[in-house]
Design a protein around this ligand. Sequence first.
Ligand code: SAM
Length: 320
Amino acid sequence: MAKPEMKPLFEERMKKLLSDANDFVRYKEIVHTKPLNYIRCNTLKISCDELFVRLNKRWKVVRPFKEHKEIMLVESELGPGQLGNAIEHLLGYYYIQEVCSMMSVIALDPKPGDRVLDVCASPGSKTTQMAARMENKGTLIANDVKLDRLRILAANLERCGVMNSVVVRNDGVGLCNRLARDGFKFDKILLDAPCSGEGTLRSSAKAFLMWNVKVVDKLSREQKKLIANAIKCLKVGGELVYSTCTHSPEENEEIVDFALKNFPVSVEKVHLPLKCRIGVTHWEGAEYSKEMEKTCRIYPQDNNSEGFFVSKIKLLEEVK
Ligand SMILES: C[S@@+](CC[C@H](N)C(=O)[O-])C[C@H]1O[C@@H](n2cnc3c(N)ncnc32)[C@H](O)[C@@H]1O
């Protein structure tokens, strides 16, 4: 089915964000193509080498990143549902996950034994990725507000053999508020926030249709509340990754800038295996700190991927 056209205001905003007309043409072309078939090896169940050999007997599979052998790209032409119905998927040997979506956890880098909070966790792509990095050691609290999505999260955790997680259902703002009040502090927090999904145009026609600047502004207000409360749950020296699958600065740099201006945090540079462009420092009359240049914008035309935003902040002193 042909994708619907971009709304004129969306197109105008993307032109302002991208460097020139040619960049925009490349962007517009790629968002009308299908995304690639990326999977992530679940090292809780199988080694990367073993899975690679096994899958290559059936499909052409490559590992595009030397430092991240768990990231695999299936290059063979696949029929609908073929990746999801494969026995290795049912056994939890791999997770079907767009490559951009893997970047938040690479940036956060949770370790075995860490105490980690996943504020908006469903359906669990990044929770399962964190559990694998943590080798099922330490504590991983996986929260989401939506019950139907939590069911999928729970099923994914089970399929992937995650043993160090506690699943809870709360509004992230209230949860973080209560955890902070009761003195629960985390080494690492992932805030993979609800967003307008501008980066998901390749896989979702809905994102073209649903886009609306009022929704962007509403989400921006919610995201500020989420980050403000999540920061209160960090240990001093603890790190929080804020990520979205959208391009709008109101939902990205504006949120990190808000955190920087209202809390004792620093913005940390993120190092990712994808091509990143630096975050913007002004947008539609708003000025953001130059520190926003440490944040990372991932565009589909740079990586043959979806679009994404990743940033990392560190808590410098206790927040009351
Ligand atoms: C971008 S998705 C998270 C994707 C997930 N991190 C993953 O990698 O699979 C955002 C999630 O936030 C949840 N959400 C929306 N508002 C929330 C809130 N106030 N508190 C907690 N979760 C919320 C949504 O239900 C949705 O599952």
